[in-house]
Design a protein around this ligand. Structure first.
Ligand code: PLP
Length: 365
């Protein structure tokens, strides 16, 4: 079965599956978020096109969440649409965007849609981030953009303040756009925005999918200085705004953030520890990055000789635990690892803990 078939199976059995495959969040949703969605539906707010700038209070709440005074923004159908708009608007054929391997590769496909090329600097080795030194080595005269995913998907590695500063300085010295993909920021209490060092040409890709668990709502934003956002608007296809129920959910999530975030982080810490103990039981399997600064990390299986795609399939079909093999996230190293997300109920993580050693044992035989 292909990964696509696995997703078909997982969706068919959604209620029984431990969803550890997409860095989504299946923990209980804060009641204020559900109330906001229900109220909007009851009020039939959906009869109208939403206010283009966003429902009153939402842009302000996003800026407050990031402690940003100045930034302008476009609300989008998930963060990924903002990245499409940005790469489309700022890159032209022949340009290069410097990114990493592993990374969230759909963004590299978007770079290609602009006729440009994503250069993938290898970070599947210590310290598992794009260091300023590696970035400098990887620049070419065609580089026009730096794409930093912080924390990184799939590795779960986070950038230290000095590293963010170093990358921002390189971008500044070379006049590059810097896309700071902060999709997983909520999971990292020490996160630093690249905007702190290079506000002129940094764009923040912001998402509501992971922390508050709103992936299916498809709501996010791209933020940056007003002149940059003005340039992006040329490729904004949402002239009629984005889903109003999603906007209500997003606003409620920000208002209630102090109430749900500590619990989400606590579960992540607990589940990571459960997975760490599980992986330690399997000869040859290891966690390159621990602890993760995000809600996922990778399990390296290379020394075991077991194919991660076979592990994905057996975990799903035999145990209803859905994880993701690495080929989706790295052309070079994807055959070595399995990515596991852990913003799931502790009982689901326990199911992974029971199933993983058994599956590895069976496949190694
Ligand atoms: C690094 C990264 N950027 C962007 C996205 C897209 O997120 P959204 O659901 O906000 O479109 C993802 C989704 O997994 C991601 O991992």
């Amino acid at each position: 079965m292909t990964s696509k078939d696995n997703f078909e199976f997982a969706h068919e059995h959604r209620k029984e599956v431990a969803w550890m495959s997409q860095n989504t969040n299946t923990l209980p949703v804060h009641p204020a978020i559900l109330d906001a969605i229900r109220r909007s539906a009851d009020d039939r707010e959906f009869n109208l096109y939403p206010r283009k700038a966003g429902i009153f209070g939402l842009p302000e709440a996003i800026r407050a969440d990031l402690a940003l005074g100045e930034a302008d923004m476009i609300l989008t159908n998930g963060g990924i649409e903002g990245e499409y708009i940005a790469t489309r608007a700022l890159l032209k054929p022949g340009d290069e965007a410097l990114s990493t391997d592993p990374a969230f590769l759909p963004i590299h496909d978007q770079v290609a849609m602009a006729g440009a090329h994503a250069v993938e600097a290898d970070i599947y080795r210590k310290p598992y981030v794009l260091t300023p030194e590696l970035a400098l080595e990887s620049l070419t005269p065609a580089t026009k953009m730096l794409l930093v995913i912080d924390p990184n998907n799939p590795l779960g590695s986070g950038y230290a303040r000095s590293q963010v500063k170093g990358l921002a300085e390189i971008a500044k010295d070379h006049g590059l756009w810097l896309i700071d993909d902060i999709t997983y920021r909520d999971f990292n209490a020490d996160h630093v925005l690249a905007t702190d060092f290079y506000p002129e040409k940094t764009l923040l890709s912001y998402s509501f999918s992971k922390g508050p668990g709103l992936a299916g709502m498809r709501i996010g934003a791209i933020l940056g200085p007003p002149d940059a956002i003005k340039a992006l608007r040329k490729y904004d296809t949402n002239v009629l705004g984005v889903n109003v129920l999603a906007q209500r959910a997003a606003l409620a999530a920000l208002h209630a953030k102090k109430e749900w975030l500590p619990e989400v982080r606590r579960v992540c810490e607990q589940n990571q520890e459960t997975i760490r103990r599980t992986v330690a039981k399997v000869d040859g399997a290891s966690l390159p990055v621990f602890p993760s600064k995000a809600n996922m990390f990778v399990i390296d299986l290379a020394p075991t000789g077991v194919n991660p795609e076979a592990v994905e399939e057996r975990l799903l079909l035999d145990h209803y635990v859905h994880t993701r093999a690495g080929s989706y996230l790295s052309k070079t190293h994807g055959g070595k690892f399995l990515r596991v997300s852990f913003t799931v109920p502790e009982a689901d993580c326990k199911r992974f803990a029971d199933a993983f050693p058994a599956v590895m044992d069976k496949l190694a035989a």
